[in-house]
Ligand binder design. Structure first.
Ligand code: SF4
Length: 504
């Protein structure tokens, strides 16, 4: 493969066939669009330019530069200054590279480069992922809806509520069943939702039996119109343990309300170790272990993810043999956003009172220890036939090489997590990828960049398409005038660090 074959028209032509009236048939995916001159295909990724099929988006090259201290860094402000690119510091991403269909075609770019004295190959393509979705982590204490409840966009089910994690509610959005197994509208809305989430756009969702959400990668979640601010410092039990020593001497009892594990200080091991006397205040719910209570209320948008808006309602009874008038009681949520200070009166009823400054300082400390509430979006997909056959004629060897760590996988240069077990099932944080990295085809499926980097000698042994290898110098010389040049994201590892040795 020579540098001449890298021009956008030449690359696209690899996938197109001319028909009558200047129409070009695009065969870069199973839709097989017939595209008239001056028009683009159904996905807008390919167009007919004067009878030639062209890829409409530029290829994205990522490059690093050297700072005043000799360290490799991204361009200042990630803006390329137009200087010639250095082959040793340039990475060809799959963004804008084009796809391979049907499966046996070699990937659009198979790029050779030398790094640290090792001849490497990076196989670059845009994968068409029918088996894909996103996992969304929403940092919130509030109950967004029942586990397994459908998540809807424009009335269509696009996913479901999955487990609650520590301080977060997880959603599973997309997946092959919603893309292909329901109505055409369900598939289209699911694909559009995935594309927006992966591209960092906000998406309005509604959970059956739950609440309305706006989800945007890297931004605070919005629940029923209210922006979430803090991610909890811990569960109720953890909060009691973390701050017990700071409350000692200021309070006689602390109850940290939490939908999952409510903590009661004097019963809790931390209160006992600090020799706090029992306060005789029994909270509702099921006692799990000393000072730790489950199911104190129904889930909701109130204190600590419960439906409680009057915190004193959590008190089931006060033992007159144990409690005493003047007992100082604090009730707080796990973020410190809700807090109430009370003193027991002569009839042992809790009476709200002004919060002492020292107690308020600990509440403020809880808030300081909360992290900002965010939505995290992780794209998850399986690399299928076209992808693997585009890399090597014997795809199982690639699968084994990825599993062993000898072949490094990136998406738009961002590192991926490869699931153990069979196949190549990967996950990537979409905020670590370049802008406009994702696309779609109306089958429906998501299009995403993927790159496989490995030693050239290994590539040959895997049965790689060695006749299609092109040098990085040719790629830069031919493509950089039309390419989009992005600065490398400094927090992403450089993919050319040698992968693990091959297993014997
Ligand atoms: S949807 Fe896009 S990739 Fe698929 S055939 Fe049409 S133009 Fe080509």
């Amino acid at each position: 493969m020579s540098g001449d074959q890298l021009s956008p028209a030449a690359r696209a032509k690899k996938f197109g066939a001319a028909e009558g009236d200047g129409i070009v048939r695009c065969d870069a995916c199973p839709v097989l669009c017939r595209i008239r001159p001056g028009r683009s295909g159904a996905c807008a990724r390919y167009a007919n330019e004067a009878g030639q099929l062209v890829r409409t988006d530029p290829v994205v090259l990522m490059a690093r530069t050297i700072d005043a201290n000799g360290k490799l860094v991204a361009f200042a402000g990630s803006a390329w200054d137009g200087a010639p690119l250095d082959a040793a510091r340039t990475f060809v991403t799959g963004i804008g590279a084009g796809t391979t269909y049907p499966d046996y075609k070699p990937a659009p770019f198979i790029v050779s480069a030398e790094h640290a004295g090792v001849d490497t190959v990076t196989v670059v393509t845009e994968g068409i992922f029918s088996y894909c979705g996103v996992k969304v982590k929403i940092d919130t204490d509030r109950n967004l809806g029942p586990e397994t409840a459908p998540v809807r966009v424009n009335g269509e089910q696009v996913g479901h509520v999955t487990t609650a994690e520590y301080g977060s509610q997880m959603l599973s959005i997309g997946g092959v069943r919603h893309l292909t197994g329901g109505s055409k509208k369900e598939g289209t809305v699911t694909c559009d939702t995935l594309l927006k989430l992966c591209s960092g756009a906000p998406v309005a969702m509604r959970i059956d039996g739950g609440h309305a959400l706006i989800v945007e990668a890297g931004k605070a979640p919005i629940v029923d119109g209210n922006e979430e601010v803090r991610m909890r410092v811990g569960c109720g039990s953890a909060a009691v343990g973390m701050f017990a020593r700071q409350w000692l001497g200021l309070l006689d009892e602390v109850i940290v309300l939490d939908d999952h594990i409510t903590g009661v200080l004097t019963e809790h091991q931390s209160g006992r170790v600090l020799a706090m006397p029992p306060a005789g205040i029994r909270v509702r719910g099921r006692r799990s272990t000393p000072g730790r209570y489950f199911k104190v209320a129904e889930p909701g948008l109130g204190w600590g993810g419960t439906d409680i808006t009057d915190p004193l309602s959590i008190i089931q009874r006060i033992d007159a043999k144990v409690a005493w008038p003047g007992l100082r009681l604090l009730l707080t949520s796990t973020t410190g956003e809700d807090a109430l200070y009370c003193v027991l009166d002569a009839s042992l009823q809790p009476v709200p009172a002004p919060m002492p400054a020292a107690v308020a300082a600990v509440i403020q400390r809880i808030g300081e220890n909360c992290e900002p509430a965010l939505c995290s979006v992780v794209f998850m997909a399986g690399a299928g036939g076209s992808l693997r056959a585009g890399v090597t004629e014997n795809p199982i060897l690639l699968t084994r090489s990825v599993a062993s760590g000898a072949t490094r996988v990136t998406m738009g240069g961002a590192p991926v997590t490869v699931w153990p077990g069979g196949g190549i099932t990967i996950m990537v944080d979409v905020t670590r990828m370049p802008k406009q990295a994702f696309g779609f085809v109306p089958t429906p499926a998501i299009v995403a960049p993927i790159e496989f980097t490995l030693a050239r000698s290994l590539y040959q042994r895997l049965g790689g398409h060695v006749a299609d290898i092109v040098s990085i110098d040719d790629v830069i010389g031919t493509l950089s005038p039309q390419a989009r040049i992005d600065g490398w994201q400094d927090d992403n590892p450089w993919p050319f660090v040698p992968g693990k040795p091959e297993p014997a």
